[in-house]
Design a binder for this molecule. Structure first.
Ligand code: HAM
Length: 428
């Protein structure tokens, strides 16, 4: 085979797409139920959009963006994530003026030049939601609830929500200083990436892909003084951030959304402040995050908009489908659908058969036919393989009498009906 998909990119065949369509339809239904409206943004964006939001020191920007310069000299990337484009669109289309608080959801391909492995692709798909224009902790509660609700609807029943607060920018600065102090004696043991990120973004050590770095960071965090009423965290939370975090925890409890706030973690994108979460599934291997998100209270302002808060999440569709319990396949007998228009080979009835197929399609009937002059036996075999319900036979006799012979592939009976009566019977 001279041509194959690139590593980390996949074809989706019809039988894969049954589950995809079911997922898409569940996501649309649930997102709409929570008042989110769909938004689609382009796959290509200005590279600066992600440098300014996801952050220059992050893995995504440093090594995972598919980035190229077009003939006009523009620095372009295939979007690695959906939040920055949604915020760009929110401002570009003045939703901050017309809607103020905007609740948006999206679904589409994302691109990251990562080393492919199970659950880690270079072209993958996300669905997600962003609630832009509010600083209320109840928005965080709604976003996490919506995320969990969509996952449940998609069949992911046994996932765990990891919850934490990364605090405000000041809390992050204080936390960074503490973590740097604790990690300085171990600096030489950190991987090259973490050493480079040590001064500029120490929290990356917490989500480094090298387990050794993560373990050192965890130890360092454990050695920090516990803040009263809070799980262990590298972020030194101020009073307002503690109150925000507590309201989120209280809100999730009120909505019976189970969460685990005992893990020490940070999200690997720069825009996060306060609430962050990851949803992990025991059915996945090393790449166990099915969904993740959090609050980003400065991004809108950093993109030139008003100083308003925002919160969102994204789920990886391929991972959701891997983590979902398998759905029973539709029984073949029930799946029989539509008409196969069959004509005797060499009968010159193609124009009439095609006209009949078009009438069926126009009335809404799924219709297939043979274009290669194969034997009637082959046409029946194909009709069966395609799970058609009816074969409509159009031979010379039928043509002369203005009728169609229909054979029901499920029941087996066969009858000849005038054309209009046949169309009516199929419609019924
Ligand atoms: P993220 O954690 O980078 O966050 O990605 C969200 C989800 O996308 C992951 O939990 C995972 O399921 C899936 N995912 C990420 N990378 C890959 C990959 N290479 N292959 C397969 N699946 C992958 C974001 O993208 C943020 N925009 C989430 C967010 C929305 N935060 C606020 N609003």
């Amino acid at each position: 085979m001279p041509f194959q998909t690139l590593r980390g990119a996949t074809d989706l065949l019809a039988h894969d797409l049954t589950a995809w369509r079911r997922l898409e339809s569940s996501v649309f239904t649930i997102a709409q139920r929570y008042g989110y409206r769909e938004l689609r943004t382009p796959v290509i964006e200005d590279a600066a959009l992600f440098l300014r939001s996801v952050g220059e020191t992050t893995d995504i920007v440093q090594k995972e963006m598919f980035r190229f310069t077009d003939r006009g000299g523009h620095d372009i990337v295939l979007r690695p994530e959906g939040t920055a484009p949604v915020v760009r669109a929110y401002l570009q289309h003045h939703l901050h003026k017309t809607e103020g608080f905007a609740k948006l959801f999206y679904l589409g391909p994302m691109f990251r030049a990562e080393r492919p492995q199970a659950g880690r692709l270079r072209q993958f798909h996300q669905y997600g939601a962003e609630a832009i224009g509010s600083a209320s902790p109840w928005v965080d509660v709604e976003i996490i609830t919506l995320c969990v609700h969509t996952l449940l609807e998609c069949g992911v029943a046994d996932a765990t929500v990891w919850l934490a607060s990364m605090g405000c920018r000041e809390d992050q600065a204080r936390g960074a200083q503490h973590l740097q102090e604790r990690l300085t004696p171990h600096r030489a043991k950190l991987c090259e990436d973490c050493q480079a990120r040590f001064d500029r973004n120490i929290f990356r050590v917490l989500d480094c892909k090298q387990p050794g770095c993560r373990a050192l960071a965890q130890e360092a965090v454990k050695s920090l003084e516990r803040q009263p009423g809070l799980p262990p965290t590298p972020f030194v939370l101020c009073e307002a951030c503690v109150a925000h975090f507590n309201t989120v925890r209280q809100g999730l409890k009120a909505g019976s959304i189970a969460f685990d706030d005992t893990h020490v973690f940070a999200r690997g994108l720069d825009y996060y402040t306060r609430t962050v979460f990851e949803v992990r599934s025991p059915r996945l291997g090393a790449q166990d995050a099915v969904a993740a998100g959090g609050r980003y209270d400065h991004l809108v302002e950093e993109f030139g908009g008003p100083a308003v808060g925002a919160c969102g999440f994204a789920a990886g569709i391929e991972r959701v489908l891997m983590a979902a319990r398998p759905v029973d396949p539709v029984p073949v007998a029930e799946a029989r659908q539509g008409v196969y228009v069959a004509i005797p080979p060499k009968s010159n009835l193609m124009p009439e058969a095609f006209r009949l197929a078009q009438r069926l399609r126009q009335q809404g009937t799924r219709t297939t036919m043979d274009y290669d002059g194969r034997s009637l036996k082959s046409q029946f075999r194909e009709a069966d393989q395609l799970h058609c319900q009816v074969v409509a036979i159009l031979g010379a006799q039928e043509l002369e009498s203005g009728s169609v012979t229909m054979k029901d592939l499920a029941g087996g009976e066969q009858r000849t009906l005038p054309l209009e009566a046949f169309l009516e019977a199929v419609r019924a």
